[in-house]
Design a protein around this ligand. Structure first.
Ligand SMILES: C[S@@+](CC[C@H](N)C(=O)[O-])C[C@H]1O[C@@H](n2cnc3c(N)ncnc32)[C@H](O)[C@@H]1O
Length: 208
């Protein structure tokens, strides 16, 4: 990052970022007046998160991204726009999840997760049964999981994993017009890949 952006991030991050360690998050206090909170996992450069935050000011977004420049870009937007409905974390999402209370999230977004194309790397894919179980534990009843990917075998694998989580129902949906086009998707389109959107909702009653 450029020195000025690093300095701004160091100045502003403590107010708007969430650490991986600590007590359960009080989402009502962190996102005052919001109609639910969506966990945006791996938001990359932040352009999709920023577009959604601008489009839905009443919806809280807890963004998690291990790549610091993207987090810095979102913190910059939070400060510039005066947002009170967006928080971010530089944690690995798997380390942050223990702080997210069961049954608390309105939704989870995983847009264009790292594809891990080599067979020996596949176990690293984020949309896998143990991770999905932990995510669904944290969804409120009716909460959604929205996965988008343009890797065909990841799409079918993810659909199977989500359909196999007994508390979820859903499937492939047409690409929502409101989903922002990000650099990753644009690159895939230019390479001839077709994005697949998966939308599942939590069907059972109470939080885990
Ligand atoms: C291919 S990029 C997609 C970015 C963005 N969602 C988009 O559509 O443009 C995947 C991102 O997920 C992040 N990521 C991967 N595993 C993660 C994890 N366990 N916790 C947080 N971020 C993660 C990576 O750093 C990367 O920026």
């Amino acid at each position: 990052m450029a020195p000025a952006r690093t300095a701004a991030f160091e100045r502003d991050a403590p107010a708007w970022t969430v650490e991986e360690g600590g007590p359960p998050l009080d989402l009502a206090a962190l996102f005052p007046g919001c109609d639910g909170v969506v966990l945006d996992i791996g938001f990359g450069g932040g352009e999709g998160l920023i577009a959604m935050a601008a489009a839905q000011p009443g919806q809280g977004i807890l963004g998690v991204e291990v790549h610091t420049p993207g987090v810095a870009r979102v913190v910059e937007a939070i400060v510039t726009e005066g947002w009170r409905h967006v928080r971010v974390s530089t944690a690995d999402v798997l380390d942050l999840l223990p702080r997210v209370p069961p049954g608390s999230l309105a939704g989870v977004r995983i847009w264009f997760p790292d594809p891990w194309l080599k067979q020996r790397q596949r176990h690293r894919r984020l949309v896998r049964p143990d991770v999905v179980t932990r995510l669904v534990d944290r969804l409120r009843p009716g909460g959604f999981v929205h996965v988008a990917t343009d890797i065909a075998d990841y799409a079918s694998e993810a659909e199977g994993v989500l359909a196999g989580e007994g508390r979820l129902a859903g499937g492939v949906i047409p690409r929502p017009e409101w989903r922002p086009l990000t650099r990753f998707e644009q690159r895939g389109l230019e390479a001839g890949r077709t994005p697949v959107d998966l939308w599942f909702t939590r069907q059972d009653g109470a939080g885990a």
